[in-house]
Design a protein around this ligand. Sequence first.
Ligand code: CP
Length: 303
Amino acid sequence: PKHLLDFQDWSPERLSALLDNADTMSQVLDRPVKKVPALQGLTVCTAFFENSTRTRVSFELAARRMSADVVSFAAGASSVSKGESIRDTIEVLTAYKVDAFVVRHAAAGAAHLVARYSGKPVINAGDGRRAHPTQALLDAYTIRREFGSLEGKKVAIIGDVRHSRVARSNAELLPKLGAEVVLCGPATLLPRDLAAAGVTLTTDPKEALRNADAVMALRLQQERMDAGYIGSLQDYARQYQVNDDLLAFAPEHAIVLHPGPMNRDVEISSQVADGPRSRILAQVENGQAVRMSTLYHLLVGRQ
Ligand code: CP
């Protein structure tokens, strides 16, 4: 595929190759000099119409580690604040000979628009609640590094599933790679239409954790939430917080993930987030290698 907008056009073989290549990128990042010439002469634009820490920094570092030039576009500091449209903005950036776009936007489908207006390879870095494919790839990579394979693994994803592009992308990706996904949360935050092959839904966190190899807590996205989805944060935390009490229902080998940013002591206890089962900083670290692999795949490997 020319783009990574979601996983629709991506075969399991292609996805596995991308994750295999992340191992090579990870070796580059372990060297004293963390730079290879793979993307020399190419320019990557990170076009962020919505805020980010991890995704933006790791994509920019990933591009620079491979010797690409990086244009960092933040909508808040641009002429978007004067009313310029996404189409005009992307056409301006494309005129500067950008070779690929990494796009984050609050509207579902925005990355597809950028692909149409730019004609360049586009990586979706999160569009509304629809998809965040490189987050799912780094989650899959983190689980694969832990257990050697995703085949037959059970991943429990607990929290605000309704507003989560991370949950949607993982529900699309992990079954393609042989894993089983259980989505769990209060009924108001658990859209029934997400059930699919390899994906089940439950409101019971103990059932979700039974036999789970990985437990992913999702942020309560209060900025996207209408009133009434949860009672109080305390009510939510009492039932669904990933803490030591809840983890007692998972196997001892189960690891804990969170895409970040975290609401500590709401959807995950600080003790678990900083504890021995947490792989949250491993996810962050792996994100850079996975994003190097994604950029390489779309800009060089595809040809
Ligand atoms: N997980 C994630 O997308 O984090 P950022 O919003 O900080 O990029």
